[in-house]
Design a protein around this ligand. Structure first.
Ligand code: AMP
Length: 399
């Protein structure tokens, strides 16, 4: 058994590879910052994660049969402490000499208004101050706000007439009970007068679509793109487990928080809103649909299901890998519908690995039942690099 003291600042326990990256990429860490964690893919074993030039490298720490540790058989250690001491003195073939232990950041959990609003689903609009307009969407404006002078929140102010308040409240009752770290938490509403307010948790970096398209996108690499996709799949797997359908999954409806946190927003709203953005939401059989994101059976026969959300997730993967390109560029919605019926699918973008494209193609299976579950998509994305030997083979690497 490996006994580690609580004092050891570099030991992070059983955290995921993606979370190790988030911790290391926190801006105050410098090249050489490192942590040791229990390997996810290889239970009972450890991995070393090191920051070098704003990228994170991972090494498998191997075990000797008699209980020691090594990266290369040329140099073995009885304890992890000795291992760390050695690689702090010399890089010994690592990409960089180990520096300071990674700083532990607390990824803040959103403050939950509901403990005060559980019986007051409807809150007094005077308790909400609108501070700064963040954007205007298809249903109205979005503001950064402050609730009770203390809690930062996002406030959607809805254009009068954009929905029937009764329809919304019915949907909101369900939405309020959907709670998951990868879903935007709905906190409260003000529906007694116009404009209606929808109050949710605030995400500092806005929509994923804009985030991918602007400067931040230039710094994003495949590991982060896969992590974004995995986080969205995790939120959607929860909706799937609750038998809930999003109906409008797209990069514009994923929000980006601090420390590379991504959350799904606006689930269920498509059903109650009367949308008026003609570029994206086209009229089909009396309802308006984001045609390029919508599964053929949903367009054709209004058959929305979690499997039509999976189709949209495939389009979202396309948005992620192309840094926010509009799918099927140059084609009208009607052309897309026509082409899809002839088995046409979005082609593989030039920078898109085959493994990633294969996942997209699975989501676009013409037969809804054949599309993967979100739970499966989540596991595939979470383990994406493990099947692709992401870890540097230290024996080769150290040489
Ligand atoms: P929407 O009406 O949902 O399309 O939102 C319009 C814009 O407001 C989005 O593109 C985001 O940039 C921003 N926004 C929406 N919701 C939030 C939120 N919860 N936190 C921060 N920004 C948001």
């Amino acid at each position: 058994m490996v006994v580690l003291s609580n004092e050891i600042r570099w030991f992070f326990g059983a955290i995921k590879r993606a979370d190790a990256e988030k911790q290391l990429l926190y801006s105050e860490n410098q090249t050489g910052a490192f942590l040791i964690r229990e390997s996810e893919s290889d239970k009972g074993n450890f991995a070393l994660s090191v920051l070098v030039d704003r990228a994170v490298k991972h090494y498998k720490i191997r075990r000797l049969d008699e209980g020691g540790f090594f990266l290369t058989r040329k140099r073995t250690f009885t304890t992890l402490n000795e291992f760390v001491d050695y690689y702090t003195q010399t890089s010994g073939g690592l990409c960089v000499k180990l520096g300071k232990p990674c700083l532990k950041i607390q990824i803040p959990a959103p403050f939950d208004l509901s403990y005060k609003t559980a019986d007051q689903w409807e809150i007094d609009r005077n308790s909400v101050q609108l501070l700064k307009r963040l954007g205007s969407g298809q249903f109205g404006e979005v503001w950064e706000g402050l609730w009770n002078n203390t809690t930062p929140v996002a406030v959607k102010t809805l254009k009068p007439g954009s929905m029937d308040p009764n329809d919304f409240l019915r949907e909101a009752q369900i939405m309020k009970n959907l709670r998951h770290p990868k879903l935007i938490q709905l906190y409260a509403v003000c529906t007694l007068e116009d404009p209606i307010y929808i109050i949710t948790e605030l995400m500092r970096h806005g929509s994923l679509q804009e985030y991918l398209q602007n400067d931040a996108g230039l710094k994003i690499q495949l590991t982060q793109q896969v992590d974004m996709a995995a986080q969205v799949a995790s939120g959607m797997a929860y909706l799937e487990s609750q038998n809930y359908i999003h109906r409008d999954l797209a990069a514009r409806n994923v929000l980006v928080g601090e420390h590379n946190i991504y959350k799904v927003a606006d689930f269920g709203l498509a059903r109650v809103f009367k949308v008026d953005n003609e570029d994206i939401y086209e009229s089909r059989h009396e309802i308006k649909l984001p045609v390029k994101w919508t599964a053929p059976e949903a367009i054709r026969a209004n058959k929305f299901s979690i499997k039509s959300d999976v189709w949209s997730f495939g389009i979202l993967l396309y948005e992620i890998i192309t840094y926010g390109k509009i799918p099927y560029s140059g084609m009208t919605g009607a052309q897309v519908i026509q082409m899809l019926s002839q088995n046409y699918r979005l082609p593989q973008p030039s920078n898109c690995p085959q493994q990633f494209y294969n996942i997209m193609l699975e989501c676009w299976n013409a037969e809804p039942k054949e599309r993967p579950k979100f739970e499966t998509l989540y596991w595939k994305l979470e383990g994406y690099f493990e099947t692709d030997s992401f870890y540097s083979d230290a024996d080769d690497f150290i040489g």
